[in-house]
Ligand binder design. Sequence first.
Ligand SMILES: [Zn+2]
Ligand SMILES: [Zn+2]
Length: 890
Amino acid sequence: MVQEISSSYLPGEIEARWYRVWEERGYFSAWPNPERQPYTIMIPLPNVTGALHMGHGLGHTIQDFYTRRARMMGYETLWQPGTDHAGIATQVLVEKELTNEGVDRRSLGREAFVERVWEWKRRYGGRILEQMRRLGDSCDWERERFTMDEGLSLAVRTAFVRWFDDGLIYRGNRIINWCPRCMTAISDIEVDHEDIAGELVTFRYKLAPAPGVAEDESAVESGTGDIAVATTRIETMLGDSGVVVHPDDERYKTMVGKTVVHPFFPERVMPIVADDAVDPEFGTGAVKATPAHDPLDFEIGQRHGLEQINILDGRAHLNDRAGRWRGQDRYEARRSVLEELRGRGLVDAIERPYVHSVGHCSRCGTEIEPWLSEQWFVRMKSLAEPAIEAVRDGRVTLVPERFVKSYISWMENIRDWCISRQLWWGHRIPVWYCDDCGEVFAALEDPVECRKCSSEGIRQDEDVLDTWFSSQLWPFSTLGWPEETEDLDYFYPTTLMATGYDILYLWVARMIAAGLYFMGDVPFREVFLHGIVRDFEGKKMSKSIGNVVDPLDMVERYGADALRFSLGFATVPGNDTNISEERIEGARNFANKLWNASRFVFLSIGDERPGLPELAALDDEDRWILSRLDHTIEEIGRDLDSYNLAEAMRSLYSFVWSEYCDWYIELAKLKLTGPKSEGTKGVLVFVLDNILRLLHPAMPFITEELYSRLHGEDHSIMRAKWPGPPGLRDAGAEQRIDRFMDLVTALRRLRADHGIPPATKMPVLVAPGRYRDELAGMKAALVALAKLESLEVVDAFPSSPDRAQTITGAGMEASVALGDVVDVGAESERLHRRIAAAGEDMELAERKLSNGQFTAKAPAAVVDKERAKLAEARAARDKLQAQLEALTRH
Ligand SMILES: [Zn+2]
Ligand SMILES: [Zn+2]
């Protein structure tokens, strides 16, 4: 039974071995089981093109934590894995591959291109799933799904057709984010906003002559001849169809209702309208309206009936509506339109550089063009209403609660969802057009003829669906929907959705709306919203700053358990998680501490596996550690139920490191050879067994390895029970051991303060006050843990001058004759030296702080740091001086 146990923990070999065993034994599988309650987590599906980053590390730590804990609690637990086909991301990646081979996707043709993407997916699409195994993710791999596999494709079509037939999907001309390189509409989250140094041009539109007044008289008649507007995209003035001012703006009161003339298209007469959406503080307070090229102008234009003049083609080149600018690209036109306006004396000012935020395609970096185009949309209002209600009435709980308000306000103001993408990779929109009778219809299966006139002259829409159309169905499409499966019946609604708060609107909200519509019930009961992972100083991780911590590197260096524990240790719902290599290293040290403590227990018990003895037979320290375990289990349970992982990890860490390892094991060592050794062993094993089970969800590998050594290879910790409080509270024992620990700590401090070397055994007098009896029982343990030569219990200390004294919180006093344990001469010399050094530190800081230049110019944080240094040095000096006085009092 006794196996060799290495003197340090080596994660690499242990992790690979156990992961294989778990998979082989089918521990990750879940089946509908009427005897148990289900517990289901749907993975926020990673992109098929993805590589594991620290954000996944955090998300997966949380999901695997709750998955493993639920399994131990006896739930039928499903963690559903899979990947997203990630339309534009994947298409751009394969396009780049083709470009390197000198091939353009258009010359390849749609079918061959899509086949090429599938080939890529078959070859590389599993990479991130392999990486997830390194973290210890206990997903049910047999259920792995892909958003374009057969079943999920059927779900997508079913959902589309149902919404289409229910009138929730329509085609319309709207402003969307357009990437002129990818030649597709993209969603808001695919747009990166970056500040660029552009220009702000202020130019003037001349008022149109009033009817019946000669042109040269108009300026006189209206009192003012023109109106100035400002823009960062001067070329868009070619598509202007109006000028807008705020209704309360006195400057323009008389102009509202009048018209201006376009300098390049004299036949275009544009009204001046008043609208609340205009910010009177910006620029001149009057703005040009380009309804086809700006989302706000589009809305204003609809309210006032302004013409939509689309001047760009899909490549962002000027089209026929741009007159003689036709064919120029947008940047060229930006220069030449400005030149032309200046030539006509219409430009008032050019501010350059003018720094402003501009959207870029997150896939290829091209500047986004807000573009009016014909797209498919989902009407969101009626879908959003029940989704608001579900959060308001608590059928879905958001953690932390502060997100409820922003969720509701976002959903109340939701815009229609543009679901069409001009891509080839994705779910093709199942809509057909009849060339003969004009019928437009959606169909579940590819039709061969028009459903209205039976003509065979029909063609399918060229576009594909936004990737998020399929991922909104994920909580039920993965379980077999639209079929009525046993899985769907059992696992839906799922239990927990753990995801980043950054996709609350984009994904979580849409899943709630879709779940209520298609399933008639919410997709999950609780949503744990975590933050993003930042570096230790709270900076966003980025390649350009060079502060990216790679999770796989960390697993390689410190083990998956260390990475997971350190992430859990820093995770509070709704907050970002700061991580550094030092933290992960700290968690590795914790794993080592646990390993060494377990090693000590194994060596002590040999082949025995003693059970927990009768409480009556146990000493105070045994009852104390059992009582502390009881508290810890209760606290952890409470923290985990409210998703406060950080607090739970902190309780566990301090219980294991300090109470179990540093105190209980040290006390146990004193008794393992004595008559009470059986009881001690029983307690050592009982507490260790509980610790391993409590730590398993955070540190699955090391706990499995140690558990199997404790109970045998056939007993997996994955099948063990999650601990509940064992009912072993003992307030009396806790108080007595607290006093004991206080006294040991006081004696250790006394030793440190007076430079008594750790190896020197010191004789000590203790005046225990009212704890005289209690102290008698603790004497041997005190002598051992505080490394004393002797301990004498007295009522009061003799009044010799060189005694150093200390007092505990409970009022017990201890005293040591310094002359007996230190070389007074050498020690006082050492103290003098250190006092001098502290004095120098103080002087240095004082000099800096008295320098007016420094305090005025240095950043506040630097000055504060200097003040702290001064305070620290002063405190150190005072303490050393007191020690010196105690030493040389005679
Ligand atoms: Zn692009
Ligand atoms: Zn027809």
